[in-house]
Design a protein around this ligand. Structure first.
Ligand SMILES: O=C(CO)[C@@H](O)[C@H](O)COP(=O)(O)O
Length: 221
């Protein structure tokens, strides 16, 4: 999966008064996935949006929707998110009691399942769940807010995750990274082996088309 490189703009930094229009611009400019940061004010100290918004934007683009659930008890809501049109769902293992059951539930409902590592969560917490997930999201900032600075130490986890993928025979898993990714650091991150690059501010602040063009050019290795 080393060669798969996908850009996933996070709409957290979009102008919500023009959300549909900005998603369309991102799609036409070459975005590969739309990243949805769902926050509940409990798992993280911020609240964003949920199913009603996702349902409204679903018909506006053909791009896959990737929901990063920063919510407690995600198991209560995954079916509704999938019904709203989400194709990929990631959750934090410390936000639920039965991670394996939840991964299986997401997959049985037809979506891809991912788990998320916060900056302080070690890769070895994935040792058992790795056999079941489709992707792993490595947070390169603490979850909750857009526009934060990339934490360079989080990049060391990519190598550790790749080792774990090798030893468990799960080299098909996609590695996603999220937080503080911009045109200046995306190439370095790409070289480490990241497949999906989430970018909010670096896409939606300024000219969306130009930003996407530059990020996609720079993520090539
Ligand atoms: O999940 C999160 C924040 O919790 C991220 O998706 C950020 O929203 C990415 O934004 P930038 O750091 O790219 O501005």
């Amino acid at each position: 999966m080393e060669n798969k490189k996908l850009l996933a703009p996070s709409i957290l930094s979009a102008d919500f008064s023009k959300l549909g229009k900005q998603i369309k611009i991102a799609e036409n400019a070459g975005a590969d996935i739309i990243h949805l940061d769902v926050m509940d004010g409990r798992y993280v100290p911020n609240i964003t949006f949920g199913m009603p918004i996702i349902e409204k934007i679903r018909p506006l683009t053909k791009l896959p929707f990737d929901a990063h659930l920063m919510i407690v008890e995600p198991e209560k809501y995954v079916a509704d998110f999938i019904k709203a049109g989400v194709d990929m769902i990631s959750f934090h293992m410390d936000a639920t009691i039965h991670s394996h059951r939840l991964v299986e539930k997401i997959k049985s409902l037809g979506a891809k399942a991912g788990v998320v590592l916060n900056p302080a969560t070690p890769v070895n917490t994935l040792e058992e769940i790795i056999y079941y997930v489709d992707y792993v999201l490595i947070m390169s900032v603490n979850p909750g807010f857009g526009g934060q600075k990339f934490i360079p130490q989080t990049l060391l986890k990519v190598k550790k995750l790749k080792n774990l993928m090798e030893t468990t025979g799960r080299t098909d898993i996609l590695i996603e990274m999220d937080g503080g990714i911009n045109k200046d650091n995306i190439n370095k991150i790409s070289r480490e082996g990241v497949n999906i690059f989430v970018a909010g501010s670096a896409v939606f602040k300024g000219n969306i088309e130009e930003n996407i063009k530059t990020l996609k050019e720079n993520m090539k290795i």
